[in-house]
Ligand binder design. Structure first.
Ligand SMILES: Nc1nc2c(c(=O)[nH]1)N[C@H]1C(S)=C(S)[C@@H](COP(=O)(O)OP(=O)(O)OC[C@H]3O[C@@H](n4cnc5c(N)ncnc54)[C@H](O)[C@@H]3O)O[C@H]1N2
Ligand code: MOO
Length: 408
């Protein structure tokens, strides 16, 4: 195992993590399970939509050439066409048809005048058009949404609600997507006990359940492997059960303590470590490696450190497995409200609560920033990036804020 004592920059650590993963094999899922995933193949339109030119307004289907002279113009009113009906008559010069939104445009007509710009005679057999319109006015052209045979959505498209609506509009109820990553989560530590059997003098394992929620939110399928004792043998035994997963997350035992066996157990299992230790706070002792098709991330035990490293490294890797092209943590500009100091050297990720005021996002650091305390993450809305080269930030300074996937 390479004893790399140098700290890797956060961007490099993320790039190296992402280089170890790729989109997972394709599966077909129903639309209900496709939200937030990506298309694994180009999807072509099977039908032209709308299938015919149709009206965008309730009003009158007209020949625009009839409306070029002085206004108003009086037209004879023919049939009424509702959505779902087929027009029976051609609109001839000097005439029009009553038409409702979504109804097919009748032959002869090339424009629609909305009802509010007309005056119907009391008998209802003629209408005064109050203003002229050009051809195509309020006409939704055939094929505006889709033309049969064209690529409607290309491979890699993230499937949000309108994209799925578009596919459903084509009569497609299932889509090809990369399958969901299967993620094994292992807590390690002699001091730990499970949350459903809390024991006196022990620390309840909060990391595995918290990480499994983070995995779920990121679109993965978590399975919790329990708690391994602080021996190489017990960690190795538990890790053996994780083989075959796409991603294995371990929690704790990553630092340089006498009982920090996780890296040793990973090496023993044949995991090739890509890096260990990143120049960030919190989360410095992160280790990442690979064996076969499985990515291994050894996350630090401090509860907030494990969640921060999840956001910065694990979630991007899960998004790549799910086929997303954009996997960087999303960022927005903001301003600091408060004072921050540190020694230069590490990138710090400060837990803040940001609120919108006077056209800007103002970020106030939470009172506690210790990574051992989950309080330093509870009620945080963003991570404020305090760059490695910087040692002081003051109220009003422009800052980069990373959106958190944890928040309620
Ligand atoms: N001499 C040094 N000591 C430490 C360093 C260092 O560079 N040199 N780094 C510190 C940093 S930074 C971190 S982060 C921690 C991470 O250490 P480990 O990954 O080895 O984690 P542990 O020491 O086992 O545990 C840390 C802390 O978190 C609690 N914990 C662990 N697992 C859970 C869990 N599943 N649920 C709730 N809480 C958990 C554990 O009880 C400890 O209090 O190392 C520093 N030390
Ligand atoms: O890197 Mo540690 O996560 O600062 O407590």
């Amino acid at each position: 195992m390479k004893e790399d004592t140098e700290l890797l920059a956060v961007e490099e650590a993320r790039a190296r993590t992402l280089a170890l993963v790729q989109p997972l094999p394709t599966e077909w899922v129903r639309w209900e399970d496709a939200l937030g995933r990506t298309l694994a193949e180009d999807v072509r339109a099977q039908r032209t939509l709308p299938p015919w030119d149709n009206s965008a307004m309730d009003g009158f289907a007209v020949r625009s050439a009839d409306l070029t002279g002085p206004m108003p113009v009086r037209l004879r009113v023919g049939e009424t066409i509702y959505a779902g009906q087929t027009p029976r008559e051609e609109v001839r010069a000097g005439a029009c048809a009553r038409i409702m939104t979504g109804a097919p445009l009748p032959p002869g007509a090339d424009a629609v005048v909305m009802r509010e710009r007309t005056r119907l005679t009391p008998e209802g057999d003629a209408v005064e058009i109050l203003e002229g319109v050009g051809p195509g006015n309020f006409v939704r052209p055939r094929g505006e949404d889709a033309r049969e045979g064209e690529v409607l959505l290309p491979r890699g498209t993230p499937l949000g609600i309108p994209e799925l609506g578009l596919l459903l509009g084509q009569g497609r109820t299932s889509v090809p997507v990369p399958r969901r990553p299967r993620v094994a989560i292992l807590s390690t530590g002699d001091e730990l006990c499970p949350a459903d059997a809390p024991a006196e003098g022990r620390i309840v394992d909060a990391n595995a359940p918290a990480l499994s929620l983070a995995v779920l939110r990121a679109g993965g399928v978590p399975s919790v492997l329990g708690i391994a004792r602080d021996t190489r043998e017990d960690v190795s035994r538990h890790l053996a059960a994780a083989e075959g997963h796409d991603l294995v997350l371990t929690s704790a035992g990553m630092s340089v303590g006498e009982h920090d066996f996780v890296r040793e157990a990973l090496a023993h299992l044949g995991v090739a470590q890509d890096f260990w230790r990143v120049a960030i706070k919190p989360g410095k002792p992160l280790a990442v490696g690979r064996k076969g098709g499985t990515l291994y991330c050894g996350l630090p035990g401090n509860p907030t450190s494990s969640l921060v490293t999840f956001e910065l490294f694990v979630r991007p890797a899960l998004r790549r497995m799910l086929g997303h092209a954009d996997v960087e943590p999303p960022r927005v500009p903001g301003r600091l409200e408060g004072e921050l100091k540190k020694a230069p050297g590490l990138d710090h990720y400060i837990r803040v609560t940001a609120t919108w005021r006077e056209g800007e996002l103002w970020a106030r650091p939470l009172a506690t920033q210790t990574s051992g305390a989950l309080r330093s993450a509870a009620s945080a809305t963003h991570l404020l990036h305090f760059p490695r080269t910087s040692s002081r930030l003051t109220t009003g300074d422009k800052v980069e804020l990373l959106l958190l996937s944890w928040s309620a």
